[in-house]
Write a protein that binds this ligand. Structure first.
Ligand SMILES: [Zn+2]
Length: 365
């Protein structure tokens, strides 16, 4: 259905554009003329130079209603510029950077699907294209969207690293936890008894926490610890950061409370003190197979010749934020593999398949 050569060209051009979170201007400059040329009206969200790009295409005669299709413009930090390499029917980076298929495959497939729909004059509902910023830094761009930006009744995010045909219909809530443990500095050789060791106090707290896989729908982690200046100083301050996720709000609440309590008790045992910060990063979602957005997605996958597979994921995406804002959204599998690593790749076949699926989404029921 799509033009494979054009899709590939767009994808290769996009992965070579450096645009880490917060510096997405170059991608915005790449997509905007494409969208204009295809007849979409393009507006930017936010006053700064790196806002989300939002573009709309009115429904064709006889069609009504609006759907939204979204991908994110940023990547995790790259290091060197990406040099795409072909190997065994797949596209890799040259090995010292990520490829950035996450999420340039999303952008490329949306642009190619728009080209196809317009070129072949396929009937479609109103289409709202949303390219977000700083997804990798905590879904920042999606969080900035207002109800005026979102006129659609359902949304499709093209950003899951599952295979094409997979549809993410469930994702957990996520809470971020951070602690500053305060002790008291002293000379470690001359007067250690005058000090309170913040490292030991933090360790006591962390060791008492329930960390890792808690149950089939709940996980927790301590991911960052920083502190200390020299071995001859009793450490007086440690920063600790972690997270908790669950598909069940009650379990998440209980887990977060147990982590906070563990740290407070551990620190108190060592006569140190602690400042705790708990922040909900995003809310989970769970969509029924019968919900219109899931029906729309499964029908599009079928029309592309694949069997739809509904999945749940432990990760968060812009779909969490869209659902939180009251716009039912699923996240579509793209086939991007080993994302966020130097071994990231995508097979050419998956690249074209997701392009076809997005055409079917755009022209669906
Ligand atoms: Zn992504």
């Amino acid at each position: 259905m799509i033009d494979n050569a054009r899709m590939l060209r767009t994808f290769l051009e996009l992965v070579q554009i450096k645009a880490e979170s917060g510096r997405e201007e170059a991608v915005a400059r790449y997509v905007s003329p494409h969208l204009h040329r295809l007849g979409l009206s393009v507006k930017k969200n936010g006053e700064d130079s790196t806002g989300n790009v939002i573009a709309t295409l009115s429904p064709t005669p006889g069609r009504s209603g609006w759907i939204a299709i979204a991908a994110h413009m940023d990547t995790v930090p790259l290091g060197n510029p990406v040099k795409p390499v072909f190997r065994d029917g797949a596209i890799y980076s040259s090995g010292d950077t990520i490829l950035g298929a996450d999420d340039r495959v999303g952008i490329a497939s949306i642009l190619e699907a728009l080209e196809t729909v317009i070129e072949k004059r396929l009937p479609h509902p109103g289409i709202e294209v949303i390219f977000t910023v700083s997804e990798e830094e905590g879904l920042v761009g999606a969080k900035r969207l207002t109800s005026e930006d979102l006129q659609a009744s359902m949304a499709f995010i093209v950003d899951s690293s599952s295979d094409p045909g997979h549809i993410v219909v469930q994702a957990p809530s996520h809470v971020n936890l951070s602690w500053i443990v305060a002790g008291k500095a002293a000379h470690a050789g001359i007067a250690p008894e005058k000090g309170v060791n913040a490292i030991v106090a933090a360790a006591e707290g962390i060791a008492a926490m329930n960390i890792g896989r808690i149950d089939h729908e709940t996980t927790s982690n301590v991911g960052i610890i920083r502190g200390g200046t020299a071995t001859n100083i009793v450490c007086d301050s440690v920063y600790v950061e972690g997270e908790a996720r669950s598909f069940c709000e009650k379990k998440l609440e209980d887990l977060v409370k147990s982590m906070v309590d563990a740290m407070e008790a551990g620190v108190a045992k060592r006569e140190a003190s602690v400042q705790t910060k708990v922040q909900k990063s995003y809310t989970g979602f769970s969509l029924k197979e019968t919900s219109p957005v899931v029906q729309w997605a499964t029908s599009a996958v079928r029309r592309s010749g694949l069997l739809p597979v509904l999945i749940s994921t432990g990760g968060g995406s812009d779909a969490n934020i869209f659902n939180e804002k009251g716009l039912p959204a699923v996240n579509l599998g793209t086939g991007a593999q080993n994302v966020h690593t130097t071994k990231e790749y995508i097979s050419e076949r998956d690249l074209y398949t997701i392009g076809d699926i997005i055409v079917a989404i755009m022209t669906g029921a």
